[in-house]
Design a binder for this molecule. Structure first.
Ligand SMILES: NC(=O)C1=CN([C@@H]2O[C@H](COP(=O)(O)OP(=O)(O)OC[C@H]3O[C@@H](n4cnc5c(N)ncnc54)[C@H](O)[C@@H]3O)[C@@H](O)[C@H]2O)C=CC1
Ligand SMILES: O=C(O)C(=O)COP(=O)(O)O
Length: 528
């Protein structure tokens, strides 16, 4: 039995590890405790890797993991994964998006309460310094304060609900949700970021990306109330760390509760030197409950993706398969096959791939075009091409894409036409799917056909003169090649196109012999 190598790069709960250990077709490698250089060696045979935020899945990592098919981020944020690098290599990246939500929500509330009561400092004074000075520790209450939440997703909205149970006023800023998601929960929704900056406490729960890095800097802090409290249990760098440091130092920001840092591990971060900050070492997801759920899901997802069964929570698929209706799926398959056929007929460099759709499938032109790319490129790239990287690879080769739609005039309710332009010429192939779900080529370079794109096919264009079928039949028969089907279409210019299905593969010598038949204009051989 061939085994899938799954490398676990970070610490995950033993329940997940046990699933991997006990799965027969998995070769499980535990690499959480090794240094980064040794890890590059360990992952060279990995089919799948499981990581947390501590492992950078960067260019170096991806270059080392030559066999890699999927990256499972055992958590939410995937800013440590080079998504474009994965896509270019056809590697599917997945996360486990909701299993640690509660843990992060509760840590956010912990930091908020800790900041209000300066809990770690009060704790240290009694426990470590053995000083009983109650007058040093007058805190503040959450009750009646206004909380501003930036990002109202899985974590943000639950922080809002918990804040309400503390009888806080809550306002959120998240331009990507409908306002009712907040207002239905009795939470104010704003599109004016200044409403957030005017709050007593501000917490952020967005992903880390170009738009959110440094979302809070000097300018934003200047607009805040004196004595504001800032919480960050999302990602380091969403609050500019220099601005945070300067304003904590000046007292403009009274306290900050910080779980995440721009550079981790953050043992040398200057924020740690300040007296008005509560810190944790990126522990947002670190509850036993969360880690158990994440590890089990990550292990299961790793096995499913290794087996090619499913890719749950895939982040870089150009197509959301769940949104493709079942009637479109055979057209997607058909498009891939006819592109594969066209690219085999003419193996010279591809210049452009145009897809034209008739009927309801026109809504799915992007997907059809992606699969046309997979079909066309797999002639030269083989299994290295898949629908994640096909368009990236095509772009690298300078191939252009065109999509168009046409009114249905052909009598078929749906029809797909692929036009493949290469350095040597153009192939145009149309196909449809009949009610019994059978895929058919209905036109090839202007010749009408009704043939399934399947099997070993000799495609011959010839002058339409007597004796061609007999000559080809004899030539193949003499070479012990059995013909299983012979389809002929006549053109308008005394020419004809034959698709000859054969039982055996045709080598270049036989193909040349057929090309040498006097009536032959062009001959090609394809296998689907
Ligand atoms: N400290 C830790 O250990 C943990 C950290 N996290 C981090 O918490 C963050 C939030 O996680 P989830 O709530 O699960 O994600 P989510 O995807 O459910 O929610 C993110 C929300 O941010 C919003 N958003 C995106 N760009 C925005 C912008 N420019 N302005 C305002 N809102 C914006 C989105 O619309 C979405 O509603 C992520 O960065 C994640 O990596 C998550 C779990 C544990
Ligand atoms: O899920 C997230 O986004 C987290 O930040 C948790 O990261 P971790 O798996 O604890 O390294």
């Amino acid at each position: 039995m061939s085994k899938h190598t799954i490398v676990v790069c970070d610490h995950i709960h033993e329940d997940g590890l046990n699933i991997l250990k006990n799965t027969e077709d998995v070769n499980y490698v535990y690499a959480a405790d090794i240094d980064k250089t040794s890890l590059l060696d360990v992952i060279k045979d990995a089919d799948i890797v499981i990581t947390r935020s501590s492992t950078d899945v960067d260019e170096k990592f991806l270059d080392a993991a030559k066999n890699l098919k999927a990256v499972i981020r055992a958590g939410v944020g995937y800013d440590n994964v080079d998504m474009e690098g994965c896509s270019k290599r056809g590697i599917i990246a997945m996360n486990v998006p909701t299993a640690n939500t509660i843990a992060a929500v509760e840590l956010t509330m912990t930091h908020m309460l800790s900041c209000m009561r300066k809990f770690p400092y009060a704790h240290n004074q009694l426990k470590n310094d053995r000083i009983w000075k109650r007058e040093d520790w007058y805190g503040n209450e959450l009750f009646g304060k206004k909380l501003g939440i930036i990002g109202f997703g899985n974590i943000g909205h639950r922080v809002g609900l918990r804040a309400k149970s503390f009888e806080m006023e809550v306002v959120t800023y998240d331009p990507y949700i409908p306002s009712t998601k907040a207002t239905d929960l009795g939470i104010e929704y704003t599109t004016n970021f200044d409403d957030i900056l005017a709050c007593d406490i501000i917490t952020i729960h967005t992903p880390k990306n170009k738009e959110t890095i440094d979302m809070i800097g000097e300018e934003e802090i200047a607009k805040m109330k004196d004595g504001v409290i800032l919480i960050n249990c999302a990602r380091g760098g969403l609050y500019n760390e220099d601005a945070l440091y300067n304003n904590l130092k000046s007292g403009k920001i009274a306290m900050a509760g910080i779980d995440v840092f721009k550079k981790e591990p953050a043992i040398d971060n200057k924020l740690l030197d300040l007296p008005n900050i509560t810190v944790t070492a990126h522990l947002g997801a670190n509850t036993k409950e969360s880690q158990k759920k994440i590890a089990v899901q990550a292990a299961q997802n790793a096995i499913d993706s290794a087996r090619g069964v499913s890719y749950p929570n895939a982040l870089n698929l150009p197509i959301d398969e769940s949104k493709i209706p079942s009637f479109v799926k055979p057209y997607i398959e058909l498009t891939q096959k006819i592109a594969f056929l066209a690219a085999q007929r003419d193996r010279s460099p591809i210049r452009s791939i145009a897809v034209c759709a008739q009927g309801d499938i026109k809504e799915y032109l992007d997907s059809l075009s992606t699969f046309a790319a997979v079909g066309a490129l797999s002639v030269s790239a083989g299994s290295d091409v898949n629908y994640v990287n096909a368009k990236f690879l095509a772009e690298d080769k300078g191939i252009t894409f065109e999509t168009s739609e046409m009114k249905s005039t052909s009598g078929y309710s749906n029809k797909i036409t692929l036009k493949l332009t290469t350095e040597n010429g153009v192939s145009t192939i149309s196909g449809t799917v009949f009610d019994d779900n059978v895929q058919r080529i209905v036109e090839l370079n202007g010749f009408d056909f009704d043939i399934e794109p399947k099997g070993k096919m000799i495609i011959m264009r010839n002058n339409d003169i007597p004796g061609v079928i007999g000559t080809v039949g004899k030539l193949l028969g003499d070479r012990n090649i059995n013909i299983s089907d012979f389809r002929l279409a006549r053109g308008k210019n005394k020419d004809a196109l034959a698709i000859i299905l054969v039982d055996n593969s045709i080598n270049s010598k036989i193909l040349e012999e057929i090309s040498n038949i006097e009536a032959a204009i062009s001959v090609s051989y394809v296998e689907i």
